[in-house]
Design a protein around this ligand. Structure first.
Ligand code: SAM
Length: 215
């Protein structure tokens, strides 16, 4: 079976080009999937939520892909962005782009399987867009444990009956995605460590989990 790393190594260029509207050869299926996923809108919504908190902070972006979110927040003057991804291909492309744009001093891209890591890099705020969708509940529980009391924001696809979820699941099967999970709100609430805050918030029609309150 394909690993998450191999899946994303192959997939990330087309996924990212389709999701962020870059010119590239994109299959019909990916175009349709992109229409439903609203990835670019999700990035903008996340930026709206956390931009007031970013200045002089170290931001940790988990499952950063080609770095669209990491690059998108630089204008809010973080101290640094650390962006991790399991895919060496994604990290290579993100680094090249950062170098080309001469912004590599502000954003550090690293290959890392966040599921296997024992400790996250030091940071002030943890974020992940389209990331926890690839974590089982025990893996998500472990991630919450590593985050501790830090502010966090994750986009989230909720497990419930909907046309979107039906089509999304068909898409994932057709792509041989090695592991993608949707959890219910109560499943997520049940694995949050004692004392950790968690709210479900909707911004521009997109669902996030966070311990931040919207400003
Ligand atoms: C749906 S893409 C989202 C990319 C980016 N966050 C965005 O919104 O444009 C999911 C990303 O998570 C990464 N990923 C999946 N599992 C991971 C893991 N265990 N550790 C680190 N990255 C992972 C994939 O390589 C992929 O780049």
């Amino acid at each position: 079976m394909t690993s998450q790393k191999d899946y994303w190594d192959k997939k990330i260029t087309e996924w990212s080009s389709a999701s962020y509207g870059r010119k590239s050869s994109i299959s019909f299926l990916e175009k349709v999937a992109t229409y439903f996923r609203s990835v670019d809108k999700r990035k903008d919504a996340a930026i709206k939520i956390i931009s007031p908190l970013i200045k002089n902070k170290v931001i940790l972006d988990l499952g950063c892909g080609l770095g669209e979110f990491a690059f998108g927040i630089l204008r809010y003057k973080p101290k640094k962005v650390i962006a991790l991804d399991i895919s060496p291909n994604a990290v290579k492309q993100a680094r090249l782009f950062a170098k080309k744009k001469k912004i590599h001093g502000k954003v550090r891209f690293e290959v890392s399987d966040v599921v296997k890591t024992k400790k996250l890099p030091e940071s002030d705020i943890v974020i992940g867009l389209g990331f926890i969708d690839y974590l089982t509940l025990p893996q998500l529980k472990n991630l919450f444990r590593m985050i501790g009391k830090k502010p966090y924001l994750f986009s989230c696809f909720e497990k419930k009956f909907s046309l979107f979820n039906l089509l999304h699941n068909i898409y994932l099967i057709s792509q041989n995605c090695p592991g993608a999970y949707k959890h219910t709100r109560s499943e997520i609430r049940n694995i949050v460590p004692k004392g950790m805050k968690l709210s479900f918030i909707t911004k521009d029609g997109l669902l996030f989990i966070t311990n931040l309150h919207e400003s």
